[in-house]
Design a protein around this ligand. Sequence first.
Ligand code: MN
Length: 319
Amino acid sequence: MSSEQALYPAARAEVADPDSVLLPGHDVPLGRFTTVRRLLPHRQRRMIGAWCFVDHFGPDDVSQQPGMQVPPHPHTGLQTVTWLVEGVIEHRDSLGSHQFIAPGQLNLMTSGHGIAHSEFTPSDRPPAMHGLQLWVALPTQARQGPARFEHHASMPVWQCGDARVTVIVGEVGDARSPAQVHTPLVGAEVVFEGAAAQSLPLNPTFEYGMVAMSGSATIAGTELKPGSLLYLGAGRDEVTVDAADEARLFLLGGEPFDEPLVMWWNFVGRSHEEIVRAREDWMAGQRFGTVAGCAAPPLPAPEMPTVRLKARDRFGTFT
Ligand code: MN
């Protein structure tokens, strides 16, 4: 068994719909004080549209411990999406951005060719922290472009029967997010205040997945709870969500992303050489700039593995 197989346990086939795949996540330490549930990439499924990384953190009690403490680190080839249900995070980046994010707000950072940022739970904070951090892979035409940071103080909401749909990226129903993305993509929080069954419209050219942040729901016949991602595939024009009680879900979707990726540490690239260059530039203090106002020293990159990194397609197949 490779170390990767040990990290990504095989999915248990508890799905009612042949096109659905339930993918259990695994716990990963993030810095010294936080553990997250990593839901993508998964051994059986690397991406949903351009979404290439999904971490669910909390709900954690951060009244007696420091919460998120992530010193300056670099990114290439991706956008980071931060979405909170509880708590507050202080973001700083090498463009000079300094932004607190609260529940219901969006931080969207586009690395382009290179950016560095830090994320800290500030000392003055609510007692709980709960949210998602996601990465969006940039397509070839955008990934060599400039870095950018967007903060949106509120996101559009579409009330779809009993489901309150907050659109973070893309559009659902009559709500469209102002966030700038580079491939056809959707990300939306779906909240039920109590027991209800609701059909949500989907774009049949997109593939989709859903995450439960709290509560549980039966989605296209399969029960989804926090800790797993339900991959729904493409070709659906709707999905039925049956919530037994209060539930907070997150819908991810997009046009299948055809470019194979090399993902290593905080870099998304296309080749081993490109990742080596990004690592060398970070360690040499070049390309990524400095995160002004952050007292913590920058994170050193890990050593490169002794084997060459290989690109993989969205199914996890080496190319
Ligand atoms: Mn980051």
